[in-house]
Design a binder for this molecule. Structure first.
Ligand SMILES: Nc1nc2c(ncn2[C@@H]2O[C@H](COP(=O)(O)OP(=O)(O)OP(=O)(O)O)[C@@H](O)[C@H]2O)c(=O)[nH]1
Ligand SMILES: [Mg+2]
Length: 391
């Protein structure tokens, strides 16, 4: 049994390649996550292995190398770009004598720092507890302060581990009930919008792709947009008046990332419901990012997970001011809109997006001009445009 090392902010990054490669870009993203969480990154250790070590995740030699790097750089926090089991995390903390956090823990930490609304806080707390409940292990003194130690030996009463588990289960139940109440309010609001025949358009995309910047550009709002991961955690809705289009409500919400912790996705179902039920998803892509194709795949994976994989999708190639791309609308061979290229920052291409939305959701006066002007993706079912149902 040992005292868990205190959490630090001087971080060393670790990424082990099990055959997927891309170590540099993955470490770069881990660094952004670390910085977004408020840590200073002092160095990185990478390696290769056939499969994770069950006790330490990395090989013993690699663990020695990490310990040496910690000593040399003065790091007091080691961040693994992988999911660690509770046992691995405990063993690593004991061996390295400093706090160890895995990718999931790091993302949860950022979410916990950013949560503002009551719903956001509840969702993060729920995700943290679910994450914790899967990794309660003996050996950390704070988890088993009670006499009797962990459940290995018999003895009277509950072990602290059991107490922890029971308390966590109770907490999860309570949080779920509170969240359900908030979700009901949201569903009522959403039904009201359906009754009012308002089209809902949701901005989705990889974190830092520029969703909030685009939201602000289109609605003249001033939401928080920043060069950090997960700047946005709550969902904001605003009317988006476009001449020639039906009534549209635009939503901005939390961004996605690859390997988004499943518990977070489940916990954020309420926040993400806006996207899951939208008439149209605007998938904002950072066109200037060399990793954009992987990011597109990661976003589509999360959309699948929240049940929004089949929603009609229009791709927005954002940040074209950083690329050689020109603003405009891209269509497939049938003239259907596929992609809009724009810069949310400079505003170029934004009128094209407005035109695209007017074409996809024409108001009664305009609805006669052609059908099916838009499709989700080449080769998939076209998005059929029905005229304003109120007419
Ligand atoms: N150069 C350039 N930068 C942009 C553009 N759009 C957004 N940015 C920058 O990209 C960073 C992230 O923008 P946000 O709007 O906060 O991105 P987001 O997708 O809302 O991010 P999260 O809320 O963290 O998921 C900010 O520093 C923006 O100024 C653009 O068109 N061009
Ligand atoms: Mg945002």
């Amino acid at each position: 049994m040992f005292d868990r090392p205190a959490s630090g902010t001087r971080a060393l990054l670790v990424r082990i390649d099990f055959g997927e490669g891309q170590t540099e870009s993955r470490l770069e993203e881990l660094k952004e996550l670390a910085v977004s969480a408020g840590a200073a990154v002092l160095g990185a250790v990478s390696g290769r292995r056939a499969k994770p070590d069950s006790a330490f995740f990395a090989g013993r030699g690699k663990v020695d190398e990490i310990a040496e790097q910690c000593r040399l750089t003065g790091a007091d926090l080691v961040l693994f770009d992988h999911p660690l089991t509770g046992v691995q995390q405990r063993n690593l903390e004991q061996a390295l004598q400093c706090r160890v956090l895995d990718r999931v823990g790091l993302i949860l930490d950022i979410f916990a720092q950013r949560a503002r609304s009551a719903e956001g806080k509840l969702q993060v707390e729920l995700a943290q507890l679910k994450h914790l409940s899967t990794r309660l292990v003996g050996g950390w003194s704070h988890l088993e302060r009670q006499k009797g130690g962990i459940g290995l030996r018999g003895g009277p009463g509950e072990t602290q581990l059991e107490v922890d588990r029971r308390l966590i289960t109770q907490c999860i139940k309570r949080l779920n009930a509170q969240l359900a109440k908030l979700t009901r309010t949201r569903q009522t609001q959403s039904r009201t919008r359906v009754r009012a025949r308002v089209r809902t358009v949701a901005l989705v995309g990889y974190t830092n792709a520029g969703k909030s910047t685009l939201f602000n550009q289109l609605t003249h709002e001033q939401l928080h947009a920043a060069d950090q991961l997960f700047a946005t955690l709550d969902t904001t809705l605003r009317r988006l008046p476009i001449s020639g289009a039906q009534k549209i409500v635009l939503s901005d919400t939390v961004g996605f990332i690859r390997d988004l912790p499943h518990d977070l996705v489940v916990a954020f179902r309420a926040t993400l419901s806006e996207a899951a039920e939208a008439d149209l998803l605007l998938h904002v892509i950072d066109a200037s990012n060399p990793q954009r194709d992987e990011q597109i795949d990661a976003v589509n994976q999360v959309l699948d997970e929240i049940g929004a994989g089949e929603r009609p999708q229009l791709r927005i190639f954002n940040k074209i001011d950083q690329t050689a791309l020109t603003p405009g609308i891209e269509r497939d061979g049938y003239g259907r809109i596929q992609t809009v290229r724009l810069s949310a920052l400079t505003g170029e291409g934004c009128p094209d997006l407005r035109d695209a939305l007017a074409e996809i959701f024409p108001s009664a006066d305009f609805s006669g001009r052609g059908s099916e002007p838009f499709c989700e993706e080449a080769g998939t079912q076209p998005f059929s445009v029905s005229p304003d149902p109120s007419n």
